[in-house]
Design a protein around this ligand. Structure first.
Ligand SMILES: NC(=O)C1=CN([C@@H]2O[C@H](COP(=O)(O)OP(=O)(O)OC[C@H]3O[C@@H](n4cnc5c(N)ncnc54)[C@H](OP(=O)(O)O)[C@@H]3O)[C@@H](O)[C@H]2O)C=CC1
Ligand SMILES: O=C(O)C1=N[C@H](C(=O)O)C[C@H](O)C1
Length: 278
């Protein structure tokens, strides 16, 4: 730990499931200073972010829906290191949120999924022009990075693979950002998976899932009772190799989120994926 002033942190989506967890984690980190808590939910306006997150003491940071004034306020503070905004909002708003943050020189650490490849490219160009770090991390858990690395190793030996992702039924986007990224990582290896062995007919559309990079199929399950789970299933003659990651508490994402907040100040461009900053 250095004697530097703490990093100012804004949490966007502060009243949500992930936002509340981030508020708690930031509040407990001595080198970080929660300066703003944004959420558009009218129900929670002006409530104390700490109390809403379940902390015993208030943090004296009220929930507000005023994103741009907050970005301007943090950008204007010349005594502190550059500000960071952590975004866990909604696929429909995350693109605009990131652009606004970069425009103010506030570094976005983005957990919100659902950005299209074109949007990510556009944000990368924008971050490059502004020489501003931006982290887009589809999954902040170390277990998922390890699963993906094991999947990359296995793909050298297996030609057939499908992904099943299972989430709570409040999730807006499908397939999950993690499943898309997992397929991308396998797709980058330069081989095409799942060569057809028969001509298939889907008697119900979608029965075989969606086809992502290099022929990899993704199946999405949404049920109450689930949090976030993923299987990568490899098949070959006479054997199945299954990799599985299960989330039982959203606290599992917090070491990754805190690491991203600390690392982003040294970045000058957009970086995609937790594995790139470990
Ligand atoms: N990268 C990772 O490791 C992880 C990523 N995620 C992703 O994070 C995102 C959020 O997940 P989760 O916390 O479960 O979702 P929640 O719905 O619980 O929380 C989102 C919060 O953001 C608010 N919100 C939505 N749009 C805006 C906006 N434009 N401005 C301000 N606030 C807004 C919502 O308000 P309201 O409810 O009123 O709409 C809600 O309070 C999802 O995309 C999810 O996939 C989730 C877990 C881990
Ligand atoms: O919505 C969620 O909950 C999660 N979303 C992310 C995703 O879409 O991959 C990360 C994790 O799976 C939890």
């Amino acid at each position: 730990m250095t004697n530097q002033a703490p990093i100012p942190v804004i949490v966007n989506g502060a009243a949500g499931k992930m936002g509340r967890e981030v508020i708690k984690a930031v509040a407990q980190a001595p080198d970080l200073n929660l300066v703003g808590a944004i959420d558009h939910s009218l129900e929670h306006q002006d409530k104390d972010a700490g109390e809403l997150a379940g902390l015993s003491e208030p943090l004296e940071v009220p929930i507000t829906n005023q994103l741009e004034p907050m970005l301007g306020y943090v950008a204007g503070d010349r005594q502190s290191p550059p500000g960071v905004i952590v975004d866990f909002t909604h696929p429909d708003s995350v693109y605009d949120n990131i652009r606004s943050a970069i425009a103010y020189g506030i570094r976005p650490v983005v957990g919100t999924t659902g950005l299209s490849p074109e949007q990510i490219q556009d944000l990368a160009d924008f971050a490059d022009k502004a020489s501003t770090g931006c982290l887009i991390i589809p999954n902040f858990s170390i277990g998922m990075v390890l699963l993906q690395q094991a999947a990359i190793a296995a793909s050298k030996y297996f030609d057939h693979v499908e992904i099943i992702e299972l989430h709570h039924n409040q999730k807006a986007d499908a397939p999950s950002g993690t499943a898309i990224q997992t397929a991308q990582l396998l797709g980058e290896l330069g081989k095409t998976f799942n060569p057809a062995v028969v001509e298939e007919t889907e008697k119900l559309p979608g029965a075989r899932g969606s086809i992502a990079d290099e022929g990899i199929r993704i199946h999405s399950v949404r049920l109450p009772g689930l949090i976030a789970h993923q299987e990568v299933i490899f098949g070959a003659a006479g054997q199945i190799y299954t990799l599985r990651h299960d989330t039982s508490d959203r606290a599992c994402y917090m070491p990754g989120v805190l690491l991203a907040i600390r690392k982003i100040l040294a970045l000058k461009s957009l970086v995609y994926g937790l594995e790139k900053i470990l």
